[in-house]
Ligand binder design. Structure first.
Ligand code: G3P
Ligand code: CA
Length: 277
């Protein structure tokens, strides 16, 4: 059976724009999120850090990364948790092109957004928010404790009335467990990496036992058998981060519920060409 036939009549496979749309615009920025919305993504994927004055901000790395951001007065890096929001806002994260993405445009003058700014953007739109708590058990000083971090996210999302559109994802499952207690209706998504340290672990059964709604494995782990096992356990499967047609086809064939991609425009066009959207 062809890829198209195998999903005909089934539920739509969602497209989640990774860090907005990193293939096209500077990652985790408002221009990236606006672009991703214009392409018609079903969800915005983004990462969270917390400033010294306890503001939730959107950043993949807990430190400013000089490969993609320019600091004031020649600063090369600083830990976000050690900066106030005012200090963080002095960094320009739109002026440098990420060398890994040849088509990425720049947007000079772009600042690290707060979660508040992203929620404002999303509020009037039909889009889900796949928000990652970047919490690190080996480096606890980089963020608030997992429970507190999660409480901050939930409270802010609730203030905007967006709880039903939230997916809380994390490699640090402690934040997901906190979410299950604080906001049982919020979908929790258990991220799982590829690589030597990750093989051989039955993360699907572990996630099921903790009551999570979604498993979110690296695309290399996402086989048809694993997807069927997750579905059999009542969980959805959101695979990350797939950026080429061969991988998209394999994930569709495997039966995933959503694909996280840096190139939402490319994936949406590819899906439309195959009757998948
Ligand atoms: O959403 C999954 C994916 O974002 C996890 O990897 O490192 O890009 O945050 P990373
Ligand atoms: Ca992420």
């Amino acid at each position: 059976m062809s890829v198209v036939m195998s999903v005909m009549g089934g539920e739509k496979i969602e497209v989640h724009g990774h860090r907005g749309a990193r293939a096209a615009m500077p990652e985790n920025t408002i221009p990236a999120f606006v672009y991703a919305l214009e392409q018609g993504v079903d969800a915005l994927e983004l990462d969270l850090a917390v400033t010294r004055d306890n503001v939730l901000v959107v950043s993949h790395d807990p430190e400013m990364n000089e490969r993609i951001c320019t600091g004031p007065a020649g600063a090369k890096t600083r830990v976000i948790r050690e900066m106030t929001l005012a200090e963080l806002k002095q960094w320009d994260c739109g002026a440098k092109q990420n060398a890994e993405f040849a088509r990425q445009k720049t947007a000079p003058g772009t600042r690290v957004p707060t979660l508040e700014e992203v929620l404002e953007l999303a509020r009037g739109r039909k889009v889900d928010l796949n928000i990652e708590t970047k919490s690190f058990s080996a480096r606890p000083g980089l963020t608030p404790e997992p429970e507190e971090f999660t409480r901050m996210v939930i409270e802010q999302v609730r203030r905007h009335g967006l709880e039903e559109r939230l997916i809380l994802q994390s490699f640090d499952w402690r934040t997901l467990e906190a979410c299950r207690k604080l906001a049982p209706r919020v979908r929790t998504s258990a991220l799982y990496p590829a690589g030597p340290g990750a093989t051989g672990r039955d993360y699907i059964s572990e996630a099921k036992a903790k009551g999570f709604a979604i498993v979110s494995p690296h695309y290399r782990l996402t086989t048809k058998a694993e997807v069927e096992r997750a579905h059999g356990a009542g969980m959805k499967v959101v695979a990350w981060t797939a950026n080429d047609e061969k991988t998209w086809a394999a994930l569709v064939e495997a039966g995933v519920d959503a694909i996280i991609t840096d190139d939402p425009a490319g994936l949406i066009a590819w899906m439309k060409g195959r009757g998948l959207r």
